[in-house]
Write a protein that binds this ligand. Structure first.
Ligand code: BDR
Ligand code: CA
Length: 314
């Protein structure tokens, strides 16, 4: 079977970096047409640079990297240096990338790619705020019907919030963008905190990255060590959630995951609950289902897949 064409939309971030590496390590299943950076964990100047650092680490410098939107659709940018560090990829020493940033705006790349490729052949994988994707839909409504599906990291129901008591970071940063995406009618699979908080970086799992003995294994080990320091204290857990790679793992091995096809709405008005994903997990409303909301994963299989694939990058 031909590899599935994907565009990764991202704000690296250590867990974004691991998601990108997992995709780039899986060329038989996934054809990464491009990586589009968005402002999120850190400002755009850093996320676009970080995306190139990750491509160089994977030795996949042929994958084009674009800069997208530098701020949410209508709001001021909120960042997360308290989690990811000043650079967004704090942990190991990083050299500046030498591969170029593409000239085209990332939103135009998304639009042109969806218009060029056969309708229904391109999957979008957003793992940051949804600004680029929603802006593309707003600018070129004709592309909405051409998207094969969207598999995104964002939101929460049982785990509620990680940036406010009610909201998950990616949705909170740009709730208006999230609303556009969740109302788009496109087949949507959501990896909320409910599942990512089960994908924990325990000691043996991180040791498995390190014992690969490769540059990729060492870097991923140092990245996970860095963001663990924050999450372990915050959640009192034995490791940190590796959020974003859940999207790519789902594309590779969907049977690792389970969830419900339900209605999910985005709160865009209330100050108190801004960015909340109001997920009708118990199906108590009559609102139509618009998303498959994942709740569980087999964490051992997830980490086995991740370790096996990252080892391929050498
Ligand atoms: C999400 O927010 C970011 O900090 C992570 O990269 C992930 O995409 C988790 O809430
Ligand atoms: Ca992210």
């Amino acid at each position: 079977m031909a590899a599935r064409k994907i565009i990764i939309d991202t704000d690296p971030g250590q867990d974004d970096a691991v998601a990108i590496l997992l995709a780039l390590a899986s060329p038989e299943e996934l054809d990464v047409l491009g990586i589009v950076a968005v402002a999120g964990n850190v400002p755009l100047a850093l996320t676009q640079k970080n995306a190139r650092i990750v491509c160089e680490l994977a030795r996949k410098t042929h994958v084009p990297v674009f800069a997208g939107c530098d701020r949410p659709m209508t709001r001021k940018l909120v960042t997360a240096e308290h989690v990811h560090g000043k650079t967004g990829l704090d942990g190991p020493q990083l050299a500046d990338p030498t591969m170029p940033l593409q000239d085209r705006h990332g939103v135009d790349f998304i639009i042109e790619t969806l218009r060029r490729e056969p309708s229904g052949s391109v999957t979008l994988v957003p793992v940051g705020p949804l600004t680029n994707i929603a802006t593309a839909f707003q600018k070129a409504p004709d592309i909405v019907g051409r998207v094969a599906e969207i598999v995104l990291m964002g939101g929460a129901y049982f785990e509620v919030g990680n940036i406010t008591p009610a909201a998950e970071f990616n949705i909170y940063v740009d709730p208006e963008a999230a609303e556009i995406v969740f109302k788009s009618g496109i087949k949507l699979t959501v990896m909320p905190l409910d599942v990512t908080h089960k994908a924990l970086t325990t000691r043996p799992r991180v040791d498995a990255f390190r014992s690969m003995g490769t540059e990729v294994g060492r870097m991923v080990g140092e990245w996970t060590d860095f963001f663990e320091r924050f999450d372990k204290e915050k959640y009192g857990s034995e490791g940190a959630p590796l959020h974003d790679p859940c999207t790519i793992a789902y594309l590779l091995e969907p049977e690792i995951f389970s969830g419900r096809h339900i209605n999910v709405e985005i709160e865009t008005v209330s100050d108190l609950t801004l960015g909340m994903t109001v997920a009708d997990w118990w199906r108590v409303s009559l609102r139509p289902a618009n998303a498959t909301f994942i709740g569980h994963l087999d964490a051992d299989r997830f980490y086995a897949l991740l370790t096996e694939r990252l080892a391929r990058l050498g």
